[in-house]
Design a protein around this ligand. Structure first.
Ligand code: GDP
Length: 219
């Protein structure tokens, strides 16, 4: 099996107050009506209720950018946001909601798979897993898609505040082993303390800088 494009764990320093502006662009049903942008893109995927909206709000320094929903699985669209004109954030619909029908699960699969397979500007996928749970088949399947496409993927272990920090290294190792990724590519994150925020942004900024350098070297 091909490997995920290596990230290397070299987050850049995040400027204070960054990003100054995050604006909603649009909601899309899938790849077909996704916005035409020439900015690199970072997508967010994970099970419903994993803390995806909370992560987006912390990354954006906003309270209600992505509505923290009380009804898991309610949003089935891809929501796009522009972060300071340098990167697009794409919030993919959450999966694994027990109450959805098989038809809805199939629709979810088509939406996500089409987007992940063929979105040319997609630079990085953030895969969110609840730090308290071991990754399941869905998470491993998503990683397999990323591997097939040689996408870069950072694992964000959410709700880290549910554990004392002394337990974080062990949980990181277990999650990394279960997904077959380097431990450094699993970032503990808490929406309450905002711990992990700078590592997530720093990793995104480092990757964008690498891609920009590779593009200019190729010219
Ligand atoms: P989404 O469905 O993935 O968008 O998940 P939400 O962001 O709506 O979060 C689901 C629930 O988990 C909400 O009750 C949040 O308050 C809670 N939650 C999200 N992130 C954290 C976190 O880092 N720590 C704690 N303790 N709770 C969180």
């Amino acid at each position: 099996m091909s490997s995920i494009r290596p990230l290397g764990y070299r987050p850049l320093a995040v400027p204070e107050g960054f990003p100054g502006r995050v604006d909603f662009i649009k909601s899309a049903r899938g790849l077909g009506d996704s916005p035409h942008t020439d900015m690199p893109e970072v997508c967010f995927c994970g099970r419903s209720n994993v803390g995806k909206s909370s992560l987006l709000n912390v990354l954006a320094n906003r309270k209600q950018l992505a509505r923290v929903s009380g009804t898991p699985g309610r949003t089935r669209l891809i929501n796009f946001f522009d972060a300071q004109g340098i990167v697009t954030l794409a919030d993919l619909p959450g999966y694994g909601w027990a109450k959805v029908t098989r038809d809805m699960q199939a629709e979810w699969g088509r939406t996500i798979q089409g987007y992940l397979a063929d979105r040319p500007q997609l630079s990085l996928a953030l895969l969110l897993v609840d730090m308290r749970r071991d990754p399941a088949a869905e998470e491993r399947e998503l990683l397999d898609w990323f591997r097939e496409r040689e996408r870069s993927c950072l694992i964000v272990a959410t709700k880290a505040d549910k554990f004392p920090t002394s337990r974080w290294p062990g949980r990181r190792r277990d999650i990394a082993r279960s997904l077959d990724v380097p431990t450094e590519d699993v970032v503990p994150f808490s929406a309450l303390s905002r711990e992990g925020r700078d590592v997530v942004w720093g990793t995104i900024l480092a990757l964008l800088a690498d891609d920009a350098k590779a593009a200019s070297d190729a010219e």
